[in-house]
Write a protein that binds this ligand. Structure first.
Ligand code: NI
Ligand code: MN
Length: 220
């Protein structure tokens, strides 16, 4: 499987299936990405992005699922703590400590709760934390699902910053951490190399700093 960070919170997993998470690309478009399934962590615009226009099979929390069905999409609704399998790919919805509403829908459509995912495909498990503050039940995500890779927000202000992400990396225990949700805008400036040096100096966890558009291979 190959993982590509498309900037901000947008991640593309390409293996036996092609999964696009949070299809918002600052200054670009997700329209050309050949996704089979789109997964949405929560209703904020910088995560829903182009989900309606993409019109793919989508995985989302029940409230967002209901909204997207009203737009004609085929949606697998689920909720926090649950696991579903879609086309051979497992999606476990994890908690996220964050607010939410469906920004593009206006009043009348709640976004439910913000969430994250552990996605299992081709023998690899990827934890995408979504937008979240640090919470100690990240330990449970590590103990229960043993993700190989953890995608963690580090931009601060709206999510964890670097200091909290250091502790999150320890809680989760994934072999590899990839920082996301930073440097998209002035309000979420962070230095991923600070996280890298601090984590790698004190643990066996490796922090892989990707550039937007950069890919890495994930082996089972
Ligand atoms: Ni958000
Ligand atoms: Mn966000």
């Amino acid at each position: 499987m190959q993982l590509t960070w498309l900037g901000h919170s947008c991640v593309f997993l390409s293996g036996s299936r092609k999964i696009l998470i949070d299809p918002f690309i600052e200054g670009g478009s997700a329209a050309g990405i050949p996704a089979d399934i789109v997964a949405i962590t929560h209703g904020h615009e910088d995560h829903m992005g182009e989900v309606v226009a993409l019109h793919k099979k989508t995985v989302a929390i029940t409230e967002i699922a209901r909204y997207l069905r009203s737009k004609g999409l085929a949606v697998e609704g689920m909720n926090i703590g649950g696991t579903i399998t879609v086309d051979g790919v497992s999606f476990t919805m994890t908690p996220a400590l964050h607010s939410t509403f469906i920004e593009e829908a206006g009043p009348g459509f709640s976004g439910g709760s913000a969430a994250g995912f552990v996605i299992g495909m081709d023998g690899v498990k990827v934890y995408h934390a979504g937008d979240t503050g640090l919470f100690s039940d990240m330990k449970l995500i590590g103990e229960l699902y043993h993700p190989d890779i953890a995608l963690l927000p580090i931009g601060g202000r709206y999510t964890m910053g670097v200091a909290e992400a250091m502790m999150a990396a320890n809680f989760i225990g994934a072999k590899t951490v990839i920082p996301i949700h930073y440097n998209t805008w002035d309000k979420i400036i962070a230095d991923p190399l600070t996280l890298k040096s601090a984590v790698e100096r004190t643990t066996d966890i490796r922090v892989r700093v990707l550039q937007p558009g950069e890919s890495m291979d994930l082996l089972p």
